[in-house]
Design a protein around this ligand. Structure first.
Ligand code: LER
Ligand code: MN
Length: 274
């Protein structure tokens, strides 16, 4: 199990500064923003190599795979196909995937959008398989997406897509809102759990909310999880779609990543013999 941090939580901070911080904090790697305009693979690789870090996964931009307009969908699929090439170029084994974050209701008929979402992901998954990449469908809470709000829904979706390189991404922050029992959701996901995002119930550091991380790390151990664990925390404040909050947000986010890593490592060691 490797530990990383999503770099969107640092806002516009340059990659070299983020990498210096992550290496000093003893992270193994990064989940890089899938900003294909901002990042050149050679530059990313040089910066991360210098710091002994790996690209563990990629966060997609807010393209809209389920959208009722075929032009919007085609643009979304095209983005993901380019993201797959980028993943190969930076050595990321997993690409995360979801509908448009922030769109919380269907624009057309729900079932129609669902069908388009399945078809789009199947197309992306076929190309990903050729490139030996895995896709992890992120389970988001209802205030961020109208699709895949629970592990059960995401596992059904994966069955509909029907490709062995498609699994799910569980995020402890979203699970806190939607799952009756987050640890059971991890057990249900089993081998289909391809990626794991961590924040506490208030999206602050693990340990600063009411999420039961002992139960979660125990569940990860029970399913023999060997994927990566990505810390995705934000400072307190409004607007869930930006990490930039009030004064001091950046230092707070850095502090939260360090606290989260300490807690996760301690609980993983604690539950290893369960
Ligand atoms: C959004 O809330 C989230 O959890 C991210 O991982 C999506 O890119
Ligand atoms: Mn997440």
């Amino acid at each position: 199990m490797k530990y990383g941090v999503c770099n969107w939580i640092f806002g516009d901070e340059d990659l070299a500064s983020t990498a210096t911080f992550l290496a000093e904090a003893a992270f193994d790697g990064i989940e890089l923003k899938g900003d294909l305009e901002l990042y050149q693979p050679a530059e990313v690789n040089a910066i991360l190599d210098d710091h002994g870090l790996a690209v563990l996964s990629l966060t997609p931009e807010d393209v809209d795979l389920p959208h009722p307009d075929p032009t919007v969908r085609a643009k979304a699929v095209d983005y993901y196909l380019r993201l797959l090439d980028f993943a190969v170029a930076v050595g990321a084994p997993v690409v995360s995937c979801h509908g448009a974050v922030g769109r919380v209701r269907a624009l057309a008929r729900y079932q129609e959008e669902y069908g388009s979402f399945v078809a789009g992901v199947a197309q992306i998954a076929a190309r990903a398989a050729e490139l030996n990449l895995r896709l992890a469908m992120e389970v988001l809470n209802r205030y961020e997406s109208h699709f895949l709000n629970t592990a059960t829904q995401a596992l059904d979706f994966v069955v509909q897509v029907g490709a062995p390189n498609v699994g799910i991404l569980l995020d402890t922050y979203h699970m806190n809102i939607e799952e009756a029992d987050p640890a059971s959701a991890v057990l249900d996901a089993g081998e289909r759990l391809f990626l794991f995002h961590v924040a506490d119930s208030n999206r602050q550091a693990a340990g600063r909310g009411h999420t039961d991380f002992v139960a979660l790390t125990r569940a990860l151990g029970r399913i023999g999880y060997t994927g990566d664990v990505i810390v995705e925390v934000t400072a307190a404040g409004p607007d869930p779609f930006t990490p930039v909050k009030g004064e001091g947000w950046h230092a707070e986010v850095r502090r939260y990543t360090i606290e989260s890593l300490q807690l996760l490592k301690a609980y993983t060691a604690l539950t290893a013999t369960d």
